[in-house]
Design a protein around this ligand. Structure first.
Ligand SMILES: Nc1ncnc2c1ncn2[C@@H]1O[C@H](COP(=O)(O)OP(=O)(O)OP(=O)(O)O)[C@@H](O)[C@H]1O
Ligand SMILES: [Mg+2]
Length: 502
């Protein structure tokens, strides 16, 4: 069957068996009340309201009141008036994704918006609002996924089927981190949802950040901030539906969504307009009910299917990491990456605060050697952070505490390791090797990245295992020879010495 015949067959499948229509009885703000559809319309169904001069506005059923359906439009309500006809178009909206969707940009309805012609559809329907797979039938998370970012690969290793949030205040680099992952990951397919972001950013993301190479194995779903809350919310569901299609083909999918707040805000706008009372900071209870329904759709698949590894950005308003949406999302996901304004302000990007971030699949996904490297680096960072203020003020005297002396010595190199240019990629195995060398654990660093005995196999980036013997008989890690402490290597102490001299 040709692509176009397939598209027509799917259009016919989408038609309802019989025509039911109601009438518009009220329009208040963004909400349309429709009478005469009792028993025919259900939450989530789509309706076409026919306005002046045959104008069509697609709406979704979002509630019921006093025997009438409450609809919200996907577009503008201009031209809609009392008595207009409301026709039911789709009960349980679905898409028919196909392999040829790779490399394409679509909107929240699954329609192409990249000017590359019609989108060939597949033969299986994927509901836009599908429930997450049953918990008991899901596989466990798989081996590691390479995200190409040193701070993530080393300190916050992510496994196939894991779901992580990237949390920060505005303008600290969430979208940039996401774009680096999209470009550098070794996942077979990337599905990217740009939900409620600026229109300018969507184009820049596709053309500059993703580029032709990243785009080839990606599907991008876009709904910009100027579009209706229904479209913004549906873009998030659409992203998941497309990811589910590739997961069911057996692919390991990386699903990136920017941002979860815009999804939550869209849900808040929808529910406030139908009269749901706000609960926390203006967010309605349905926001907190929808968040797990969306996020749980990512994760490992069932049986022999693939997985959806999810990375979702979360804007924390006023840098308050305990605000309600951030708090709810953190509780649902399997880890959080915190971007820190103070780190960005001193020019270290990506501004990941390793000590405040957690990947809940670590340390289980790592070999003993890898865990030893990470633990030692974390200890050094923690010691340095505890003393950072005193060191900067020149109040710390070298030799007072060997642990602090060690932290001061190693900090600049670890800080340099965490600093990564946007166009720079580092594979999973190289990350441990580099960190091992920095810490004087060269042998350990070389053995790290080899398959973990009895554990999940590491992801298979081209670099994985290069020159790394299997670590089955790995000797316990002993710290390598420590280079003599040269405190002048640390810029901070140069300041200290200067202070002392004055
Ligand atoms: N890796 C990086 N290297 C250099 N600069 C960076 C890097 N990451 C972010 N930036 C700087 O930070 C700015 C904001 O980044 P970005 O748009 O990714 O932040 P954001 O957290 O997504 O912002 P918003 O909350 O507004 O969506 C960029 O314009 C850039 O100047
Ligand atoms: Mg952003």
């Amino acid at each position: 069957m040709t692509v176009f015949t397939n598209n027509i067959v799917n259009e016919v499948r989408r038609l309802t068996d019989y025509q039911v229509h109601g009438q518009v009885t009220a329009v208040i703000g963004m909400m349309v009340e429709v009478d005469g559809v009792e028993g025919s319309l259900f939450i989530g169904d789509h309706c076409r309201v026919v306005g002046r001069d045959g104008l069509h506005v697609i709406c979704e059923v979002v509630g019921f009141r006093q025997g009438r359906a409450l609809l919200m439009p996907f577009g503008s309500l201009a031209g809609i008036g009392l008595g207009c006809r409301a026709e039911i178009t789709a009960t349980d909206p679905a898409i028919y994704p196909g392999e040829l969707w790779l490399g394409r940009v679509i909107n929240a309805f699954g329609e192409p918006v990249d000017g590359k012609g019609p989108l060939p559809t597949g033969s299986l329907a994927y509901p836009v609002h599908s429930p997450p797979p049953p918990a008991h039938a899901r596989q466990r998370v798989g081996g590691k996924i390479d995200l190409g970012i040193r701070a993530m690969n080393t300190f916050l290793t992510c496994c196939r089927g894991q779901r992580m949030g990237i949390f920060s205040g505005s303008g600290i680099g969430k979208s940039t981190v996401l774009s680096m992952m999209a470009r550098y990951t070794n996942a077979e397919v990337t599905v990217i949802g740009l939900v409620g972001e600026r229109g300018r950013e969507a184009r820049e993301f596709i053309e500059d950040d993703l580029g032709p190479e990243g785009m080839r194995r990606s599907v991008v779903v876009v709904a910009t901030s100027d579009q209706s809350p229904l479209l913004r919310r549906q873009a998030a569901y659409m992203t998941m539906a497309v990811a589910e299609f590739f997961r069911d083909r057996g692919n390991d999918v990386l699903c990136l969504m920017d941002s979860i707040n815009r999804f939550a805000m869209a849900q808040r706008e929808i529910s406030l307009s139908i009269g749901e009372p706000p609960a926390s900071k203006g967010y309605t209870p349905s926001v907190f009910a929808e968040l797990p329904r969306l996020l749980e759709r990512a994760g490992p698949g069932t049986g022999d299917k693939g997985s959806i590894t999810g990375l979702f950005t979360v804007l924390v308003e006023g840098d308050d990491h305990n605000e309600p949406v951030a708090d709810a999302v953190r509780g649902i996901l399997d880890g959080h990456v915190v971007l820190d304004r103070a780190i960005a302000e001193r020019g270290r990007y990506p501004a990941i605060n390793v000590l405040r971030s957690v990947s809940r699949t670590m340390p289980d996904c790592n070999s003993d050697i890898e865990n030893a490297i990470v633990t030692r680096a974390r200890q050094i960072l923690a010691t340095y952070e505890d003393m950072a203020e005193l060191i900067r003020l020149g109040a710390y005297r070298q030799g007072s505490d060997p642990l602090v002396d060690e932290a001061v010595h190693f900090f600049p190199a670890i800080d340099g390791f965490l600093r990564q240019e946007i166009n720079e990629k580092t594979g999973l195995a190289d990350c441990y090797r580099m960190m091992g060398e920095i810490l004087g654990m060269r042998d350990a660093g070389e053995q790290a990245g080899a398959p973990r005995p009895g554990g999940p196999a590491p992801a298979a980036p081209p670099e994985a295992g290069e020159g790394s013997p299997a670590s089955e008989e790995a000797t316990p890690v002993t710290p390598g020879p420590r280079p003599a402490l040269d405190l002048r290597a640390a810029n901070v102490l140069q300041t200290t010495d200067e202070n002392r001299g004055t």
